[in-house]
Design a protein around this ligand. Structure first.
Ligand code: TXA
Ligand code: MG
Length: 320
């Protein structure tokens, strides 16, 4: 049985984590599935519950720059970014500290570590009560759409995890932006909740792409099918095919009436609203049983870069 906890029971969630249990909780981006980052048995159970390949490393969640600096080398650009954006939806990949307490399994054996200080009162209360770094991948079965509510978590993971702390719907709705600071120009490994231009303003230069350096550790899953609903997904649709559902953005131009099912990311074309609704809309359209979802064009600016990235992965050829 998966225990349901309310937001006021966040400390109980933290205590369960300290005992090696698996507890899902909300962050400002999406719900995470937490485990004690220093306990290889808990981390192994987390990979198993998600069905996640163990070569895909996890983000360690902490409360402060100071706590992060005990786990990874935060200097220069990395420290500047942490000071500007933590707590918040930015994950930094940096060289692991020599005495890093996070277990090898959580880092997939890499000598780097992904660190983030979330900005959500429930996430912070959970981590504070656990009193240790907490790894937390999105709380979905591997390869599926990320959860933005406790109900989504239970759709994928009921009875596979010990508890979920219900803190309502998440504010941003897209995962954190991941930037690698490993010497040379910082690289954008995953577009996300923090838009590229905000980061570039603080750095005073452009972010490099992962492909700019062939030795770059890619955020695994970046190129392959991911965030996948059961239905096929077709991008930049300006017409509706027979039997297709339509996921709109801005005025629907009459396409909604011709679609087998319809959701709008934002009737007014607001990117922040669209980000917050994206995963829930995909789940709802999927639940209608349609074979294909046609998606309106989304502008590639601000949060649009991350929305387009998630949709492109949802549309990628499936591995199975
Ligand atoms: O918003 C978020 O980041 C959410 C919430 C729960 O914090 N978490 C999340 O975790 O999205 P996950 O596991 O679904 O995605 C983390 C990504 C993975 O693509 C992983 O490959 C990458 O981070 N990653 C982790 N450690 C890395 C490292 N050392 N080098 C490169 N990529 C890394
Ligand atoms: Mg994920």
């Amino acid at each position: 049985m998966t225990l349901r906890l309310g937001a006021s029971d966040a400390a109980e969630g933290g205590r369960l984590l300290a005992e090696g249990k698996l507890v899902a909780f909300p962050t400002e981006t999406v719900y995470g599935l937490g485990a004690d980052a220093c306990d290889p048995r808990a981390v192994a159970a987390l990979y198993a519950a998600k069905g996640r390949p163990a070569f895909n490393p996890l983000i360690s969640h902490v409360l402060s720059i100071e706590a992060a600096a005990a786990l990874g080398r935060l200097d220069g650009d990395a420290r500047r970014l942490a000071e500007a954006f933590w707590p918040g939806p930015l994950t930094l990949v940096v060289p692991a500290a020599e005495e890093c307490a996070v277990c090898d399994l959580a880092r997939a054996g890499l000598d780097t570590i992904a660190l983030r200080a979330p900005d959500h009162p429930v996430a912070r209360a959970v981590i504070a009560a656990a009193n240790r770094p907490i790894v937390a991948p999105s709380a979905n079965r591997s390869g599926r759409v990320s959860p933005t509510s406790a109900a989504h978590v239970l759709e994928d993971l009921d009875d596979r995890i010990d508890a979920v702390v219900d803190g309502g719907e998440t504010r941003v709705g897209l995962e954190s932006t991941i930037v690698a600071c490993l010497g040379g120009a910082p690289r954008l490994l995953r577009p996300g909740a923090l838009p590229r231009d905000a980061i570039e303003r603080v750095l005073g230069r452009s972010l490099a792409d992962p492909s700019d350096d062939s030795d770059a550790p890619l955020a695994p899953g970046r190129l392959s099918s991911h965030y996948a609903p059961a239905a096929a997904v077709r991008l930049d649709a300006t017409e509706i095919g027979p039997g297709e559902a339509y996921l709109g953005f801005g005025p629907d131009g009459g396409l909604a009436d011709r679609a087998a099912a319809f959701e709008s990311l934002s009737p007014t074309g607001d990117l922040a609203a669209a980000a917050a609704r994206l995963f829930a809309c995909l789940r709802r359209l999927d639940a209608t049983g349609v074979a294909r979802i046609a998606v309106a064009p989304i502008p590639n600016e601000g949060l649009g870069e991350a929305i387009r990235d998630r949709l492109a992965r949802a549309a990628a050829p499936r591995q199975s």
